[in-house]
Ligand binder design. Structure first.
Ligand SMILES: O=C(CO)[C@@H](O)[C@H](O)COP(=O)(O)O
Ligand SMILES: [Fe+2]
Length: 214
């Protein structure tokens, strides 16, 4: 079963509640948090997560593109995040472990994310502890970028690790996912697809979500 996580980075922030209700057929709401340091862009943070929490029953999938996320994971959990993902590049291995422990202590799900240039093996220190691994299929920082098909061998490699070591773990891809590229992702073993512009630019959003689910 393929899950769809529309990214609200492509929503109209002046009408965020309305735009979240438009994706009620999805499986997760993907929330891109950017600090202007880990990535060259600034988006939304803790107060916005708190405000959108009552607007939807869908789980909030909070993608932290921030430096040293261990400093903030508890606040994102308290604000209403259900699944909090941290980039392995954003801190030491020890601190990423601490972030995962803190997220679990709040009763929430934890995940790790890898940027395009980071090898698949970088998830191995965390694979037994997380509920989700996210593979970036664009350089993080902006919506609407071109899908990097050359990330598919990495998705396949991580799928093999997951099947061998933690079969319940979800495998998510993020960046440039549309009705064509989604097929490459699912064929490579991804089961959660983040899609920002391809969902929010669609004339019929529920139909687009069904199309991506395949
Ligand atoms: O994390 C990010 C970008 O850094 C993503 O979640 C994008 O927001 C996805 O947008 P599209 O590439 O689907 O337009
Ligand atoms: Fe994202």
């Amino acid at each position: 079963m393929i899950k769809i996580a529309p990214s609200i980075l492509s929503a109209d922030f002046a009408h965020l509640g309305r735009d979240i209700q438009r994706i009620s057929d999805a499986d997760y709401v993907h929330v891109d948090v950017m600090d202007g340091l880990f990535v060259p862009n600034i988006s939304i943070g803790i107060p916005v997560v708190k405000c959108i929490r009552p607007v939807t029953d869908l789980p909030l999938d909070v993608h932290l593109m921030i430096d040293r996320p261990v400093r903030y994971v508890e606040q994102f959990c308290d604000a209403g995040g259900d699944l909090i993902t941290c980039h392995v590049e954003a801190d030491t291995e020890e601190n990423i472990h601490s972030a995962i422990v803190k997220i679990h202590a709040k009763g929430k799900k934890a995940g790790v994310v890898v940027k395009p240039k980071t090898p698949a093996s970088a998830v191995l220190p965390f694979i037994n502890e997380v509920e989700l691994i996210l593979v970036m299929t664009v350089e993080p920082g902006f919506g609407g970028q071109k899908f990097m098909a050359d990330m598919m061998p990495k998705v396949q490699e991580i799928r093999r690790y997951i099947d061998a070591m933690n079969p319940a773990c979800e495998l998510e891809v993020d960046g440039g996912v549309d009705p064509v590229t989604c097929k490459l992702c699912t064929a490579s073993g991804a089961n959660v697809l983040v899609a920002g512009s391809s969902v929010y630019k669609a004339e019929d959003i529920p139909a687009r979500i069904r199309e991506l689910r395949g």
